[in-house]
Design a protein around this ligand. Structure first.
Ligand code: ADP
Length: 624
């Protein structure tokens, strides 16, 4: 029996062994396709034992029906005219196993001629697994190819400064054919202004350094058109060498839109900057944008200094700011708008009046932003303030007049009555009156006139004070000398010499004081102390000169001031209810207060009814 190894110089036993242990199935047939040999591997591969296989027609046993005819045709052709067909080369085809399974095999067949007749030997290898792996690979490659080919992003591989791969979208973006793209150095496709950056990033990426993950550069098409591309790249290995894999997205439109937006915003900002109205935009409670008119001109800050701060920068203190928030936030939430006048503060601490109006972008979410307009209304406010003050003064003066009329009608009646009766007595009995009696009547008249003159003086003085026409005219004055003179004058006027005890403490240098105003202050206090205390009791008058201030204390042990009257004691025409028939106009202390305030000082008192009163005047020295 001819076998494939019949022409080799191996003995039959060895050849059998080799064939049986071969990894491939080894099958021999004769010219009529009758199986002559069938090794162990063939038994395993096809499921037929050697005994079963040998003698059977090969095509019936393992050739799938669709290949059978071709098999017979090829065999016949070879036998007829030696056409080699599939002989002597590797062929991939399929075979049938006993269980009907058709599987891929690799086949090589060669003819062996023995004594003029041919047998054919074949090596058959099961390649179904390899085929399956190949198919899977093809399928997955196809999937990737589909993704890459159809990706909306341009995908390129760049190596040594040239493109090694570009998908259709990348070619579309660079406006080049594949040949052109592969032939053009990549950097030439980049706008000259962006080349340094792109090249720098490329080198850094290859060196493994950190690079911005994606950025925008301008690419130039062959026609000179500029296309903005966003690129994100990673370093990869391509055919065993370093390269970069790049994804490109066309962002030309976005870039143009962003530029337009920026220009529009810049134009708007220029308009907002040049207005005289202060404007700012608050977001999440902080200043996001503010124009120069508000930041620099109105609030006195440097450019951009207030950005990121809250509006509190424009308020005097936290309490004021809280008051403001309490007013505006509910209004903004309710109506989306707010208007109000506030006194705000410049950086240097000076205050000005401002009309604010605000609009919320979304009243339900104030954090989104509110737009604020500031209008300087200091001038208007000042004018209003002046009108208000003038009106009050007018009212006070007319009140003063009314009260003066009532004072005149009451207080002048007594001295006038005294004068009249004295004159009548002199008229009727002038000739018969004793010298002493006439003198007494004349003193009564003089006293009444003096009281009326005093009252008129006070009325005039308070009139001037209330009309802001009293002036502070300081001159070098020795307070101790002035005090001593006033003690004398007051005692004389009251006809009670020696009741006032003057004590002077501290430095005695002259001070800058207004002696006229001070005379009104001390004269009234001393006169009250004498008036409202028993004629036998003492009055203490203490003067203390400290380097920066002077204090005067007037203490009496008289009727004191009832608690109820104490709060109103400095009001014009107010007299306490315990004054009885002691003369008075209720103007003295009001004059005291005006004069002390013109000095920039304070006046205070302590008093208990029936025990006495102490009045304290403190004057700062204008030139300590
Ligand atoms: P008057 O002309 O009535 O004294 P003043 O303005 O000087 O007016 O004082 C107002 C009122 O204050 C007085 O009417 C009196 O009731 C009370 N008063 C002022 N000084 C004293 C004092 N030393 N002792 C008690 N009461 C005083």
């Amino acid at each position: 029996m001819a076998t494939v190894f019949s022409d080799l110089s191996l003995d039959g036993r060895h050849a059998r062994l080799l064939i049986d242990t071969a990894n491939d199935a080894v099958v021999s047939i004769d010219h009529a396709s009758v199986i002559l040999d069938w090794n162990r591997t063939a038994e395993r591969m096809f499921g037929w034992s050697r005994e079963e296989a040998v003698g059977r027609i090969l095509t019936d046993l393992i050739v799938p029906p669709q290949h059978r005819e071709a098999h017979h045709r090829g065999l016949a052709r070879f036998l007829a005219n030696r056409t080699p067909g599939i002989l002597n080369r590797r062929v991939e085809t399929t075979a049938l196993a006993r269980d009907g399974r058709e599987f891929d095999i690799e086949l090589s067949v060669w003819p062996v001629e023995t004594d003029g007749s041919f047998t054919f030997s074949a090596f058959l290898r099961d390649i179904s697994e390899r085929k399956q792996a190949e198919a899977a690979m093809r399928r997955s490659e196809e999937k990737y190819r589909q993704v890459v080919e159809n990706a909306y992003e341009g995908i390129i591989v760049s190596q040594d400064g040239r493109l090694k791969f570009a998908n259709p979208r990348a070619l579309e973006l660079t406006r080049r054919t594949l040949e052109e793209a592969l032939a053009t150095p990549f950097i030439e496709m980049v706008h000259p202004d962006d080349r340094a950056r792109v090249y720098g990033n490329y080198l850094r990426r290859l060196r493994g350094e950190s690079v911005e993950p994606n950025y925008i550069f301008r690419s130039i098409t062959p026609a000179g058109e500029v296309v903005s591309l966003q690129i994100s790249a990673v370093a990869i290995e391509w055919e065993g060498r370093p390269a970069t894999l790049n994804f490109l997205t066309d962002v030309t439109e976005q870039v143009a839109l962003a530029r337009d937006l920026k220009e529009t915003l810049a134009e708007r900002e220029a308009v907002l900057e040049t207005t005289a109205i202060g404007i700012m935009f608050i977001q999440n409670g902080r200043i996001k944008w503010i124009n120069d008119a508000l930041e620099k001109t109105m609030l006195g800050f440097d450019d951009g200094e207030t950005i990121g701060h809250t509006g509190e920068v424009a308020f005097r203190d936290h309490a004021d700011w809280s008051r403001f928030l309490k007013a505006c936030i509910p209004a903004l939430e309710r109506t989306g708008t707010y208007e109000g006048d506030w006194e705000v503060q410049r950086k240097d601490g000076s205050m000005w009046w401002c009309h604010m109006s605000a609009k919320a972008l979304d009243p339900t979410r104030l954090g989104q932003g509110t737009i604020w307009f500031f209008l300087d209304i200091s001038a208007r406010q000042r004018a209003e303030e002046e009108v208000r003050r003038a009106l009050t003064r007018e009212r006070e003066l007319s009140e003063l007049k009314t009260r003066f009329v009532s004072l005149a009608s009451h207080e002048f009646r007594t001295p006038l009555a005294a004068i009249l009766s004295s004159i009548e007595l002199i008229e009727d009995f002038g000739a018969t009156l004793a010298e002493g009696e006439r003198g007494e009547l004349i003193r009564t008249i003089k006293g009444a006139v003096a009281r009326m003159t005093g009252m008129l003086d006070q009325v005039m003085l308070i009139g001037r004070a209330e009309a802001d026409r009293l002036e502070f005219r300081p001159e070098a004055t020795d307070p101790a000398v002035l005090a001593a003179a006033l003690v004398r004058e007051t005692e004389q006027a009251h006809g009670t010499p020696g009741r006032i005890q003057l004590r002077v403490r501290g430095t005695s240098a002259p001070r800058l004081l207004d002696p006229k105003l001070l005379a009104h202050v001390l004269g009234n206090l001393l006169s009250n102390a004498l008036k409202y205390s028993p004629s036998g009791s003492k009055v203490l008058f203490e003067l203390e000169s400290a380097p920066a201030s002077i204090s005067f204390l007037v203490t009496d042990y008289g009727i004191g001031i009832p608690q109820d009257d104490q709060p109103r004691i400095f009001e014009s025409f107010h007299r306490a209810r315990n004054t009885g028939n002691i003369d008075g106009t209720g103007l003295g202390l009001s004059i005291v207060k005006h004069c002390v305030e013109l000095h920039g000082g304070t006046v205070d008192f302590e008093s208990a009814p029936g025990q006495g009163s102490t009045f304290l005047v403190c004057l700062p020295d204008p030139m300590p």
